[in-house]
Design a protein around this ligand. Structure first.
Ligand SMILES: [Zn+2]
Length: 303
């Protein structure tokens, strides 16, 4: 009788254990509910020391930064915005310039016939997550996979309407409170091409762009999501003379600033950072499983 009772208890225990192992694991909470990325086209590290960027400097103290993020080669916009979103170098993606289509057959394509971007990963895991792009350079959308975006907008005449990017971005963020949003500002690339690296005109544009960033961040606060957001400020390339595309340090060294929920404060990132690490870092925020084809690694900025 006693032996039977022990056996019965063992069976009950085994059943309980089996149930527990089959029970769904509790999902890890996201590091933050929102990631807002602001990309400054043509913002080279060369401009940092003398550049008048009070808001950006304040955010560097608020979070983590490096001035030595490396551009992928060639140091062209399309290749670099693409790498930030698809986590992959050009050898795999075939995106080596500003062309709408890859220059050679990509190793991996999604059902949308596009690279698996962080937008794709997020939408696959959570179809309801709001995703958006607001950009001044329309070709930016070639690399984002617009079928994974709930919203995308291009500012038609950014030079004539420099505030439109702020207004449209803030309107979208306040209205939709996106989980993942990428905003692209082109002004520094324009002055870089027109007047060159080191020019007075470039330095004159920097505080204006700094203020646009500040106003977009004010919009995140207005939306009521700032405390649950990670904000990222990045760039695709710098300039050498009035051009880029080569491998001079002025072209390939770009800043990265990341701040907000769960991000180390007043921290300089001393590890190496390459454009495609941005994708892996965003994936980490939402605990998204990275495709095998991705080569970026998570930047160690989390507390
Ligand atoms: Zn560019």
């Amino acid at each position: 009788m006693k032996r039977l009772s022990i056996l019965a208890w063992m069976l009950v225990l085994a059943a309980v254990c089996a149930c527990q192992s089959n029970a769904p694991k509790k999902a890890r909470a996201d590091i933050a509910g929102h990631v807002i990325i602001i990309g400054l086209d043509g913002w080279g590290t060369w401009s940092f020391e003398k550049g008048d960027t009070p808001f950006i400097r304040e955010m560097m103290k608020e979070g983590s930064h490096t001035l030595y993020k490396r551009t992928v080669l060639p140091s062209i916009s399309g290749a670099n915005w693409a790498a930030m979103m698809n986590g992959t170098p050009a050898e795999s993606s075939g995106i080596i310039g500003n062309d709408a289509a890859p220059s050679f057959k990509p190793l991996v394509l999604t059902e949308h016939h596009a690279q698996p971007t962080f937008f794709h990963l997020l939408k696959q895991a959570r179809p309801d997550a709001e995703t958006g792009v607001v950009c001044e350079w329309g070709d930016f959308l070639n690399y984002a996979d617009t079928l994974c975006l709930d919203h995308f907008a291009r500012i038609q005449d950014p030079t004539g309407h420099p505030d439109a990017i702020v207004e449209e971005s803030v309107r979208y963020i306040v209205d939709k409170k996106p989980a993942l949003c990428f905003i692209h500002i082109d002004a520094l690339d324009h002055v870089g091409h027109a007047y060159g690296q080191g020019s007075a005109e470039y330095y004159a544009e920097l505080p204006l762009v700094d203020d646009r960033v500040r106003r977009i961040v004010e919009g995140v606060k207005e939306a009521g999501i700032y405390d649950d957001s990670i904000l990222i400020l990045t760039s695709d390339h710098g300039h050498e003379g009035t051009g880029h595309g080569g491998h001079a340090l002025n072209e390939i060294e770009t800043p990265l600033v990341i701040w907000g929920k769960g991000i180390k404060k007043n921290h300089e990132i001393t590890e190496t950072v390459i454009q495609y690490d941005l994708a892996a870092t965003v994936a980490e925020v939402f605990h998204l499983e990275k495709p095998q084809s991705w080569r970026g690694v998570c930047i160690p900025v989390f507390e």
